[in-house]
Design a protein. Structure first.
Length: 281
């Protein structure tokens, strides 16, 4: 039975699912959280306030768990909502209670819902606040719940899946190939967590990284985002991010990136982490 334990948020599909599966392949037992426990569960995932969309998205914690277990590792599924911080604490408590410790926390989950693709003047402040709660404060909630145990053991890693939107301007307005303020400034706030955490805890055995995926072909991009100017066929596979996360955890060379931002596609290509894939077609 593995002694290595990972906790991955937003793991019902996309990047989070890929990270969970890659970590399982590297010998980690994986605890996973998301809103979608079962295939067909309905949740709001419209990116605009102009309409609602609760049509089921492909993927669930159940299906990700099957993939993790197929790698020979344990998987613990816990429903949690980034906008309901007590559910995150409860999820962390359950994992720690059942498995005793967490070696790596991957803050991958993000706000999914209206406002992501709306203009500033069209977006209520309460919706902008939801972005901050989910994308910036929820990761801090989990850091506060899990990192103290890492410090007690003298070892642990936090990986925050960030976004270029957190430090770069959109190429166009939201809905026309760009993105809204809610996503951008909440990811910008999240982007600062790893550097501060690394400074505060590096002498205590903790490492913290930002991993910037770039444009990734996920199930939700394919189903939802063509209308907003995003073509999933041009995205990199989600496994790119999973491979980079595993490298950060397993390679002695990763220590030099502690507290820094890693451009996942560039590093994956440079190190040849995903056979058959390259940034150059």
């Amino acid at each position: 039975m593995s002694e290595k334990v990972a906790f991955v948020t937003g793991a019902s599909r996309g990047i989070g699912k890929a990270i969970a599966v890659e970590l399982a392949g590297a010998g980690y037992d994986v605890a996973i959280t998301a809103r979608t426990m079962h295939e067909g569960d309905a949740h709001e995932h419209s990116s605009t306030l102009r309409r609602s969309d609760t049509s089921p998205l492909p993927g669930s914690l159940d299906s990700t768990a099957d993939l993790v277990r197929a790698e020979g590792q344990r998987c613990l599924t816990v429903a949690a909502d980034l906008l309901d911080h007590p559910t995150l604490v409860a999820a962390a408590d359950r994992v720690l209670g059942e498995w005793g410790h967490v070696d790596v926390l991957v803050n991958n989950g993000r706000y999914v819902g209206p406002g992501h693709m709306d203009l500033i003047l069209d977006t209520p402040v309460r919706v902008l606040r939801d972005h901050l709660e989910a994308n910036a404060l929820a990761p801090v909630v989990l850091v506060k719940a899990i990192v103290p145990g890492m410090i007690e053991r003298g070892d642990g890693t936090v990986i925050n899946i960030t976004s270029g939107a957190g430090y770069g301007d959109p190429p166009a307005p939201a809905g026309q190939g760009g993105w809204g303020l809610g996503y951008a400034f909440s990811k910008g706030a999240m982007h600062r967590i790893a550097g501060v955490l690394a400074v505060e805890t590096r002498e205590l055995g903790i490492r913290a990284y930002n991993v910037q995926p770039g444009f990734i072909a996920t199930e939700r991009i394919a189903q939802d985002m063509a209308a907003f100017g995003f073509d999933a066929s041009t995205g990199a596979p989600a496994a790119v991010v999973g491979k980079v996360c595993c490298w950060l955890l397993e390679s002695p060379d990763a220590e030099r990136y502690n507290g820094q931002n890693i451009e996942a596609q560039e590093l994956c290509d440079e190190l040849g982490l995903l056979p058959g894939w390259s940034l150059v077609p």
